[in-house]
Design a protein around this ligand. Structure first.
Ligand code: ADP
Length: 496
């Protein structure tokens, strides 16, 4: 590893600093950690191992930049996001490579991430010209009233590793486009593709110093930075994408401080196949929905319910397709199932599958780790007590279940504490819509699988899957304060 702080392009073999106030800086403590490739195990770069003090510096830099950025003309803000999109587009091949190296992300899902992010940036550019409020009628004669949306100030963003580019992107771009400044804490597993790359691109696009700051940390040390964000009164909002247990801990602490959070948490997403579905289409949709990015997407199908007349044929064809999914090197464009993010994740998958099998589950495909990969796996006859049946298991394992009716599937799905996404495949789309209305989830797709996102859609869950919505238009409700302002055009008569 060479270099001090971060200089210029290229990241492999470099030292990756925090990005604070427009400069690449080392952690105050001088500590670093190594970011490893989940596929080869190689050390990719040496990363600043930050702490609460680094977070404080970043928050203060963001606070100092707020007035300037909030006061920028819409034209200037728009230019930054349009330029950023052009820069990212020009770096596509290199970014895909980095996503594969750092997170084991294959070619298809890498393209999904880059395409989403380009749309996110270009739509955010338009947000600069969104109306900032409305005039309201008032019964008080001579009063003009308005509701004005104002940026809140410093927004802290805590992002996961799994779709590092897009999930950090959606955590920062909406808030920035609305005039806020941001401190981003990427995952320790994706400090480059979820953190530094955003600083590089937006800085080159002309985002003023301090408007976006990035603070990284060693594995297991996120808590210090999270706590510093929660405790600092300059941070007005926090958005968090990650697991339900971590989100719950943050929400408990934020509650004491009355700090508002947007929480995008775990899913245990059902895909329901009705008896009148076209079986080939349902099999393809379920395989994609369960195994895209080796099942490491919060929206992935975790449970497939099939109405009984179709169940046997579906199971056979689904197991055959899944068993043949190419598994291995994420740089190979043929690969569908690449490595899981780390050894801990691999061990957890193995343990949960074995536990389910010990309780009576049957393995229809996969089921044996091929380090650093876990092959696409289909389980059936999984008892409700098995861990995999109720908690989110973040990886390429899906549970298949025959049901008497799609209505029964909805009832079973609704028993989960989680409520992120769902999908229904049926020849009768009106029945699909009726079932959708009964599902306790934030997102439902009829005649599709559950993994979908577009930058302007209201993305988010219900129950323990979280609060609030991302999605550029909807972000305004989360990352702005609505101020009621009145002005009188004549004096008022007071009673005393
Ligand atoms: P995942 O299993 O997807 O990594 P986590 O919830 O553990 O889900 O992580 C999501 C994000 O939350 C990551 O950026 C991680 O570093 C961060 N994180 C983990 N623990 C804490 C914590 N105590 N406070 C703040 N952030 C945390």
């Amino acid at each position: 590893m060479t270099g001090a702080g971060r200089a210029g392009n290229g990241w492999r073999g470099e030292r990756l600093g925090h990005f604070i106030g427009g400069d690449w800086v080392a952690a105050g403590s001088g500590r670093t950690y190594l970011d490893h490739s989940p596929w080869s195990g190689a050390a990719l770069c040496e990363v600043a191992a930050g702490d609460a003090e680094d977070a404080r510096r970043a928050i203060e830099a963001a606070h100092a930049a707020f007035g300037g950025w909030a006061g920028e003309s819409p034209r200037r803000r728009q230019q930054v996001f349009l330029r950023a999109a052009d820069i990212l587009e020009g770096r596509r091949a290199e970014v895909l490579d980095a996503l594969a190296d750092e997170t084991g992300c294959g070619r298809h899902f890498g393209d999904v991430q880059v395409d989403f992010t380009l749309r996110l940036l270009r739509q955010a550019a338009h947000l600069a010209y969104r109306p900032v409020g409305e005039l309201l009628p008032s019964d008080v004669e001579g009063t003009q009233a308005m509701a004005v949306r104002r940026p809140v100030g410093v927004v802290a963003a805590i992002a996961p590793w799994n779709a590092s580019l897009t999930l950090s992107g959606r955590a920062i771009v909406g808030p920035l486009a609305l005039g806020n400044t941001v401190v981003l804490k990427p995952s320790e597993e994706a400090p480059y593709t979820g953190g530094a790359i955003w600083a590089e691109i937006l800085h080159e696009a002309g985002l003023p110093a301090g408007t976006l700051n990035v603070v990284t940390h060693a594995p297991g040390e996120a808590g210090d930075i999270g706590d510093a964000m929660l405790a600092n009164p300059l941070v007005k909002r926090i958005n968090f994408t990650g697991s339900t247990p971590t989100g719950r801990r943050l929400a408990e602490k934020a509650g004491r401080r009355l700090k508002r959070l947007v929480l995008q948490l775990s899913g245990q997403n059902p895909l329901i196949v009705a008896g009148d579905a076209e079986v080939g289409y349902a099999v393809d949709a379920a395989a994609y929905g369960a195994f895209v990015h080796q099942g490491q997407v919060c929206m992935c199908a975790r449970r497939v319910y099939v109405e009984r007349p179709l169940a046997e044929e579906f199971a056979e064809r689904f197991a055959a397709k899944v068993a043949a999914l190419p598994t291995g090197d994420p740089h190979d464009p043929e690969t569908v199932v690449g490595p899981v993010i780390n050894e801990w994740a691999l061990a957890l998958l193995d343990r949960r599958v074995n536990e389910a099998v010990e309780r009576g589950a049957r393995v229809l495909a996969g089921g044996t780790p091929r380090p650093p990969c876990y092959p696409a796996t289909v389980l059936t006859d999984v008892p409700d007590e098995a861990e995999i049946a109720h908690g989110e298991t973040f990886g390429p394992v899906v549970i298949l279940e025959a049901v008497d009716s799609a209505e029964e599937a909805v009832a079973r799905a609704n028993r989960s504490d989680l409520g992120l996404a769902a999908s229904i495949i049926t020849g009768d789309s009106r029945r699909g819509l009726r079932l959708a209305a009964k599902l306790d989830v934030g997102i439902v797709h009829v005649n599709d699988q559950p993994v979908n996102d577009e930058p302007h859609m209201p993305f988010g869950g219900v129950k323990d899957s979280g609060w609030g919505r991302f999605g550029l238009g909807f972000a305004a409700e989360e990352f702005c304060e609505l101020q009621w302002v009145t002005v009188r055009d004549q004096d008022r008569a007071f009673p005393f």
